[in-house]
Design a binder for this molecule. Structure first.
Ligand SMILES: *Cc1c(COP(=O)(O)O)cnc(C)c1O
Length: 409
């Protein structure tokens, strides 16, 4: 989103305030150009090697976003049968989708395998089941937990010793025993370290662990380093230097391939990196409450629509779209849910008045996909702006939607 010379915000030349008038507030708006730019940035950084992007679609499963990903040559990583179905609806073939479950019923894995998906096996019991069920007839990847803590926010780390995800690298002997017992075809090793990782170092560290582990698996075709690239939350924020990271990892990967004796494919599973910055959640100020302790700005949204700040303390930059150059004042921006739903404390914003439109940045990832109907509130509509045109890609919910599953009407 850009501030124009006329002191108004626009996305690809389109006025977001007008969109909220047309489609209602609150409103999620995604900028397709940002998604395209981020994907191109990643592809460019790894241009020298055989690299594939598997978008971790739990970040944003809007079908229009998934179709855009497919159009630009990005494949999918899914974590549930529902996400798998979304991928199919968006036009993906089963074999373009990786299923990375976390302790799911084995029947979900069966369904995914039968639909052609490749599975990241995340536990010894699942590996046993996979071997018993398929022997050497179906390939799979193994999700290794490298016991590395990275990213700084413990709530979004996924590869340290305490994490529930993957099979500990310390259990390698046991993994090898099960693989041998059933002649399981392991075609890849996977790891996902967590989110908001800025530097190449943690990736190199876990890559080294995977490369070392890889020596025990002769049939590998893929090394999957997961997602977690940090994005920009503030103007001027330190972000991952993709070119540098690409060079460093590519170099190490090429050395590994030489040692391994074959050219493998390198996979990444970014979620946030591809879609976070593309999205804004536009909300309307319902009440400005001048309290002796704090000035509260209430908006027509809350943890039901954007739970990240309350769930793991994430920062979302807030813009006053209605008054971009007003005098800065400190506010607590809070929701309308009957629960403490503070988006931001003591935040400097251009003077806020009732009726102003505010925008939460970085709302393209883990925004609507984490939303709920708490307090019997409706989920907002979604708009995608792509190739200079805005179109609604999800309508706002109605009471009827909420009553659909109630059986005691
Ligand atoms: C969530 C997830 C990702 C994406 O993480 P981001 O921080 O959004 O990049 C990648 N891989 C797996 C297995 C995940 O669960």
């Amino acid at each position: 989103m850009q501030l124009t010379d006329q002191n108004t915000y626009t996305i690809q030349g389109i006025d977001p305030v007008q969109l909220t008038e047309q489609y209602g507030s609150p409103l999620y708006v995604y900028d397709g150009a940002t998604i395209r730019r981020k994907a191109a940035e990643l592809m460019h950084a790894f241009a020298g090697i055989n690299m594939k992007i598997k978008y971790a679609c739990k970040a944003n499963t809007n079908l229009a976003v998934l179709r855009l990903m497919r159009e630009i040559g990005v494949e999918l990583d899914v974590v549930s049968p529902g996400e798998f179905e979304m991928g199919k609806l968006a036009g993906y073939e089963g074999n373009q989708i990786t299923f990375t479950p976390s302790g799911v019923p084995f029947e979900e894995v069966r369904a995914a395998v039968e639909a052609g998906a490749i599975v990241n096996v995340d536990s010894i019991p699942l590996l046993e089941w996979f071997g018993q069920t398929y022997g050497n007839t179906k390939p799979c990847l193994i999700r290794i937990k490298p016991n590395v803590a990275a990213g700084g926010n413990a709530k979004i780390m996924t590869a340290h010793a305490d994490s529930k995800f993957g099979i500990s690298v310390l259990l390698l002997d046991q993994i090898l025993e099960v693989v041998k017992k059933y002649s399981i075809r392991i075609i890849g090793l996977h790891q996902h370290t967590g989110s908001d990782i800025k530097d190449a170092e943690p990736f190199l560290k876990v890559a080294d662990i995977l490369f070392e582990t890889a020596k025990h698996f002769p049939d590998l075709e893929i090394i999957d380093l997961g997602g977690g690239f940090k994005v920009s939350y503030l103007p001027g924020d330190a972000v991952t230097d993709m070119e540098l990271l690409g060079n460093k990892i590519s170099e190490r990967f090429n050395t590994f391939c030489k040692e391994y004796g074959r050219d493998l494919q390198l996979w990444f599973e970014p979620g946030k990196f591809l879609v976070s910055e593309s999205g804004h959640l536009f909300v309307t100020v319902t009440v400005v409450k001048e309290d002796p302790a704090r000035n509260f700005v209430h908006v027509d949204s809350g943890l039901n629509h954007l739970i990240r700040p309350m769930m793991y303390g994430s920062y979302h930059h807030i813009l006053n779209v209605s008054n971009p150059s007003g005098e800065l004042k400190p506010y607590n921006v809070v929701g309308y849910i009957c629960e403490t739903d503070t988006f931001a404390s003591d935040r400097q914003l251009p003077e806020v008045k009732q009726g102003d439109i505010l925008a939460f940045a970085n709302a393209g990832a883990y925004g609507l996909t984490m939303s709920s109907n708490y307090n019997t509130r409706f989920r907002p509509a979604e708009v995608l702006i792509d190739n200079g045109k805005a179109r609604m890609v999800r309508r706002r919910e109605t009471m009827e939607d909420l009553l659909k599953t109630q059986t005691d009407l």
